[in-house]
Design a protein around this ligand. Structure first.
Ligand code: PLP
Length: 391
């Protein structure tokens, strides 16, 4: 039994190190096959300049909560713009997608309600459901047939919520949103959709998979992160007036937190303008996705799901996944391994992301390198993968 908190934590750290599972902070290096900057907007000169101008105009910080002295026109402007883009009555900006998910689930779901949560949902949705006073039922991944009887069983006389990502961040597959919407209409359940990896990219207008599924955007509450395809940071919760108004009144992560710097709202105005006016960026990303999928197939790698800009390469064993990522990094490709608890035990993987800035030659070279590393992983021990790929 360790005798102080420090001893206990050092023990825990030692176990992580002994297991070879220590996580390290590693800045970007090599060609980007791992960021969420799908459209390359984080570096766009117009987005950068909008942020610089806003800092020059309004200072670095917001100085308070939005309900106190932290409120600025920049926030109201960008919220109006995002709501118009998404096609919802209202939108509310949060300083991160993580906090937005916590806010939505802890504020809208109450004691006596039931949250039905997809088993592969992001940690922020899991944490939001855990922190809420509602009961939680985890349902098998995207399995509407399994969910239907669960709703009948658990939610009599209570408000039910179906909570899902639209494009799953670690698996690259798409939730059956039309089926969930139909189930909500039939049962009175409410639909909460995390569009983190779809907003800016999916749908004819780039507003996300709610649009692609043909749903009324106000028939659900969506969380749309602004730090991925939108290239900045934060997240918009979008939906009907009543939901947004109530979040302003009651959402603790909104009320009890300093507002983000107003400059991020200004940068997001520029970023949304680009997404609306330059659909060719989405088309370019789609062509990059097809190119990578075709190149991987040509190199003998079959992928588990429909092509999207998120490509999981399942490896299983943690150390093999790490060795595969290291081998690709050694060849100049910035690929990261993901292992438990970020993903379920036994499903360590490479999470490869595609962005619109990649050219054909880079994609082809990467596909060949990935296929080579994958074959070595299957055939050999962990240490020889790193040695032979980098040597
Ligand atoms: C599906 C999903 N939801 C929410 C978040 C959290 O968003 P943010 O990074 O803005 O906190 C992420 C980010 O990793 C995500 O992948």
């Amino acid at each position: 039994m360790p005798d102080s908190l420090a001893d206990r934590i050092w023990d825990r750290l030692q176990t992580i190190r002994d297991d070879g599972l220590e996580r390290t902070l590693r800045p970007p290096s090599g060609i980007d096959f791992s960021s969420n900057d799908y459209l390359g907007l984080s570096a766009d000169p117009r987005v950068r300049q909008a942020m610089i101008d806003a800092v020059a105009r309004g200072g670095a910080g917001s100085t308070g909560s939005r309900l106190l002295r932290g409120e600025r026109e920049d926030f109201a402007d960008v919220e109006r713009k995002f709501a118009a883009f998404k096609g919802t009555e209202r939108a509310l900006y949060f300083s991160s997608g993580y906090l937005a998910n916590i806010a939505v689930l802890t504020t809208l779901a109450e004691r006596g309600d039931v949250i039905f949560s997809d088993e592969l949902n992001h940690a922020s949705l899991i944490d939001g459901a855990r922190l809420s006073s509602a009961a939680r039922v985890v349902f098998p991944h995207s399995d509407v047939a399994a969910l239907e009887p669960l709703i009948a069983e658990y939610s009599a006389e209570k408000q039910a919520f179906i909570v899902t990502e639209s494009l799953f961040s670690m698996d690259g597959d798409i939730a059956p949103l039309e089926d969930y919407a139909a189930l909500c209409r039939a049962t009175g359940a409410a639909l909460i959709v995390d569009e983190a990896h779809a907003v800016g990219v999916c749908g004819e207008r780039g507003t996300g998979l709610i649009e692609e599924a043909g749903l009324d955007p106000d028939s659900c509450v969506s969380i749309n992160t602004a730090g991925k395809a939108l290239g900045v940071c934060g997240a918009f919760v979008a939906g009907p007036e009543w939901a947004i108004d109530y979040l302003i009144q009651r959402a603790r992560p909104f009320i009890f937190s300093t507002a983000p710097p107003p400059s991020v709202a200004a940068a997001l105005m520029a970023s949304l303008d680009i997404i609306v006016s330059e659909p060719e960026r989405r088309a370019r990303l789609a062509s990059r996705v097809s190119r990578l999928h075709d190149a991987l197939m040509a190199n003998g790698l079959a992928l588990p799901c429909e092509p999207s800009h998120l490509v999981p390469v399942m490896i299983g064993d943690n150390h093999r996944a790490m060795a595969a990522a290291e081998a690709l990094q050694a060849q100049g490709f910035d690929v990261r391994a993901i292992w438990p608890p970020s993903v379920p035990a036994g499903t360590a993987r490479l999470r490869i992301s595609v962005n619109a800035m990649l050219d054909d030659d880079t994609i082809d070279r990467f596909a060949a390198a990935l296929a080579d590393v994958f074959r070595k992983i299957l055939l050999s021990s962990v240490s020889s993968v790193v040695e032979s790929s980098s040597g």
